[in-house]
Design a protein around this ligand. Structure first.
Ligand SMILES: [Zn+2]
Length: 337
């Protein structure tokens, strides 16, 4: 240990000595081993899917904090100390939280607490005018939790994004029998640790809401930091921005809407298949015939299901600049639709 290393370092406004930094790192490693053990017990004990998903979320969230803390302090991550329990891989980079209800029930396609170009917009809304715009232009009621009020800048971003999307595809809103009634910024306890979700009734034109997790959406700076960590860990593609969770959830709404507009229950499946086939033609090295190998070309989250593949590609193409090849194919095919 040299003199330089004994200089106190700052993290989130708190000062740490080298000893304290190492101690905190060890503590997080111990916590992660415990969380891994918990997941294992839950799985072996036949716990409910909800409990397992929640436990995995907690573990994943510690992983993000650990990576962020280690990186900020210039310390290597000591992964072998976490994995010495021999339990192997406990969670994939992004485990989608999809609650599959009985027929006719409610479906939530959620974006887990980790997990993400083409539409430009100018954000000139205040919170009040943004909420007003949602109501008068789109018939959407906005509400937020008193403890976790949505960041004004982020809400202005989301509404500005909707304006641009709707202007670009005026036929989509007009011809869409699926009306999105609510956007809510919610307390994290009501979100099951998801960053966002889209709820609707399967097989009907009824949508329920887009929910946004207040922990992230009430503070743009905190959220941006989280997004940056996820990009570093390759959970999100490099062009991810804070309002992309909203765009991702809106992507689920678009897909649900297209099923209703086209009258084809298989609309999403056919659309993704078409994109994958075209991607394969341009990349003969892509050895899969479905979305499952898209981890490095889209995101790990997007490779977990067709529905997340759609939402991730939608967010990458429409949510930010410089979409990559798969998202470009997605965007081109969407415009043709
Ligand atoms: Zn999703």
């Amino acid at each position: 240990m040299n003199a330089m290393e004994n200089q106190p370092k700052e993290y989130n406004g708190k000062s740490y000595t080298t000893y304290e930094v190492l101690q905190r790192q060890r503590k997080m490693e111990t916590l992660m081993r415990k969380q891994r053990q918990d997941i294992k017990y839950l799985q072996e004990g036949g716990a409910s899917q909800d409990d397992i998903v929640a436990a995995k979320s907690r573990y994943r969230s510690t992983m993000v904090q650990y990576a962020d803390f280690s990186n900020s302090m210039g310390l290597p991550q000591q992964k072998e100390r976490i994995y010495m329990d021999g339990l192997g891989r406990i969670v994939s980079g992004k485990t989608p939280i999809i609650v599959k209800p009985p027929k006719g029930g409610i479906i939530k396609s959620s974006k887990a607490s980790n997990g993400w170009g083409g539409v430009n917009y100018t954000q000139s809304y205040t919170k009040m005018t943004a909420i007003d715009r949602l109501k008068t232009e789109y018939g959407i009621i906005f509400s937020d939790s008193r403890k976790y009020p949505m960041s004004e800048e982020l809400l202005a971003d989301c509404v500005g994004w909707m304006d641009s999307f709707s202007k670009k595809f005026p036929g989509f809103l007009k011809g869409n029998p699926v009306k999105l009634p609510e956007i809510k910024c919610m307390a994290p306890s009501k979100m099951g640790n998801a960053v966002g979700h889209y709820s609707y009734y399967a097989g009907t034109t009824r949508a329920v809401e887009i929910g946004l997790n207040g922990t992230y959406h009430s503070d743009l700076a905190v959220f941006q930091k989280y997004v940056d960590s996820c990009v570093k860990l390759k959970w999100y593609p490099a062009n991810a921005t804070a309002h992309k969770t909203f765009v991702h959830e809106y992507g689920h709404h678009v897909s649900h809407s297209m099923v209703c507009i086209s009258g084809k229950p298989e609309w999403q499946h056919e659309f993704i298949q078409e994109c994958v086939q075209e991607f394969k033609k341009k990349n003969p090295g892509y050895s899969f015939s479905t979305h499952v190998g898209l981890k490095d070309y889209l995101s790990e989250y997007g490779s977990t299901s067709e529905s997340e593949c759609f939402a991730e590609a939608f967010a990458e193409y429409f949510g930010g600049e410089n979409p990559r090849e798969f998202a470009l194919i997605f965007g081109k095919n969407w415009k043709r639709n």
